[in-house]
Design a binder for this molecule. Structure first.
Ligand code: NAD
Length: 484
């Protein structure tokens, strides 16, 4: 296949029965051919083509995401398009240096040996993406997969059908099918794909499904990147700037209707700051989304829960909390007819409530007051490691202490969510919140095999080979003693 001469195709959707197997076989062939053909130049062309197609279809992307869950246009631009464009520009700018084999120095025992590390494409990669940022989380990993020289099959989420269909269309317009293909469908399609011996699987979704993906990958010893979720806590200490914290938390929590993997799940606030923070959050919610329930519901800047199942899941979490003593401090308005759930703040939640145990993944923000920061740290350490921890504090010692005494995918100080957008930071979780990292060089690395290439120029290692005469033994002993 000539990767420079990519032509647009308008093939029919790919369905599970048998077609997935033949698609996979075509990808295997093309992955082997691409080892020599997928040059730096070819990869740069691929990346530019993706950006060009997305640019011409921006209006359709915006419409599809509105159809699926009324995502506001500006949120689409900032959180779906911009991260992919940035990923492409960044990869295009740095790919030459990422691909350059880098020489590594040896020890004295490696005298006469040249060694280098080369990043080689893994081969055929599977990208399984979620519904909450379907464009960003399908095309973002695709950029890294292509930069690393792979072929890719994308399985977007069935919960955002308009966007998933458009993703397929964009891919088919841009790439030959044996280079990038999209398999739309539900769990059944996902599982049919997971049966195949991919060279790498990049999965974004829930920890529960992440375990299924990893178990399936284990059957073929396929490497995985798992970008998962969990409960990302926010801490607001007594030195924090409350107005600033409230502004940022409201944005981080209620953008995309709280359906963001790195949204602040709940807030721990120093008891003396709690009334001020709650007031500031309430004011900010009303300033941003509207003063009344009606204004909020009809406002243009607030999207919807993706479907009835998730709406009911959130309703059950909130109702369980209030039936067991939690209070609604703000919001609480809902309309099942349009999966509308207003920005909601809860007080008085306890660790026993379901809302304190499950990832909320919606616009409900529990505020938990604390007297002693070490109790908060213990509570965080008692749970699964979060994807992110947010610390609002103007006390450097407190911030450093929290960073040192906890573990999480990332930490963001005096802000939230923006760590996703930094092109030079690894993005990912740890254990329950994920395995491996994405974005920029880290994404490129995730889809690459770090290949060791060693060349013997004039090494003297042969002097250590058997037969182990007294002279050889002496030499080996000297080496172990002085070079080990
Ligand atoms: P999900 O795990 O339900 O689904 C993700 C993908 O897996 C979908 O394409 C789906 O079709 C597929 N899938 C679902 N069940 C499957 C099964 N049994 N076998 C094989 N495939 C299956 O996740 P979701 O509801 O789409 O997304 C929400 C979750 O994703 C949250 O936990 C959120 O925190 C997480 N998330 C993480 C990140 C990140 O970057 N770390 C980003 C976005 C979302």
């Amino acid at each position: 296949m000539n990767v420079h001469a990519v032509t647009a195709t308008t093939a029919a959707p790919i369905h599970p029965d048998g077609e997935i197997d033949s698609l996979f076989s075509s990808h295997r062939r093309s992955a082997v051919e691409n080892r020599t053909k997928f040059t730096l130049k070819a990869r740069l062309v691929m990346l530019s083509r993706l950006k060009a197609t997305m640019k011409t279809r921006e209006d359709e992307i915006i419409r599809a995401l509105y159809t699926d869950f009324r995502k506001p246009e500006s949120e689409v631009r900032l959180t779906e398009l911009f991260p992919v464009y940035q990923e492409i520009s960044h990869a295009r700018r740095h790919l030459r240096s990422w691909l350059r084999p880098h020489r590594v120095h040896g020890s004295l025992g490696m005298f006469g040996i040249a060694a280098e590390v080369r990043y080689q494409a893994k081969g055929v990669c599977l990208i399984i993406s979620p519904w909450n940022y379907p464009v960003n989380l399908s095309f973002g990993p695709l950029v890294s997969a292509l930069a690393a020289g792979n072929t890719a099959i994308i399985k977007p989420s069935e919960l955002t059908p308009a966007t998933s269909a458009l993703i397929r269309d964009i891919v088919e317009q841009t790439f030959p099918r044996d280079l990038v293909a999209v398999c739309e469908g539900d769990v059944q399609v996902s599982q049919a794909l997971l049966d195949l011996p991919f060279d790498h699987i990049f999965f974004t979704g829930s920890p529960q499904v992440g375990k299924i993906v990893m178990a399936a990958a284990a059957k073929h010893l396929t490497s995985v990147t798992l970008e998962l979720g969990g409960k990302s806590p926010t801490i607001v200490d007594s030195t924090a700037n409350i107005e600033q914290a409230a502004r940022k938390i409201v944005w981080g929590k209620f953008a995309n209707n709280g359906q963001t993997c790195i949204a602040p799940d709940h807030v721990y606030v120093a008891r003396d700051q709690a009334p001020a923070l709650i007031d500031a959050l309430r004011l900010e919610i009303r300033r941003v989304y509207g003063q009344t329930d009606g204004q909020q519901k009809n406002g243009p800047d607030y999207c919807r829960i993706v479907n009835r199942r998730h709406f009911e899941r959130l309703t059950a979490l909130a109702d369980d909390a209030t039936s067991r003593g939690a209070t609604v401090l703000e919001g609480g308005d809902r309309d099942p007819g349009q999966n509308y759930f207003s920005p909601t703040i809860l007080g008085g939640t306890t660790p026993q409530m379901a809302i304190s145990q499950e990832e909320i993944f919606g616009p409900v923000l529990p505020i938990i007051e604390y007297d002693d920061i070490s109790v908060v740290v213990d509570a965080i350490n008692a749970g699964p490691k979060p994807l992110a921890i947010y610390v609002f504090s103007n006390d450097a010692a407190v911030r450093e202490d929290i960073i040192l005494s906890t573990s999480s995918g990332g930490v963001c100080v005096n802000n939230n969510v923006v760590q996703f957008l930094h092109p030079n930071l690894p993005f990912g979780g740890v254990n329950n919140s994920g395995i491996g990292t994405a974005h920029g060089f880290y994404g490129f690395k995730a889809f690459s095999h770090e290949r060791a290439v060693l060349r013997d120029k004039f090494s003297v290692l042969r002097l250590l080979f058997p037969p182990y005469t007294p002279a050889v033994k002496k030499l080996i002993n000297l080496i172990v003693r002085f070079l080990g």
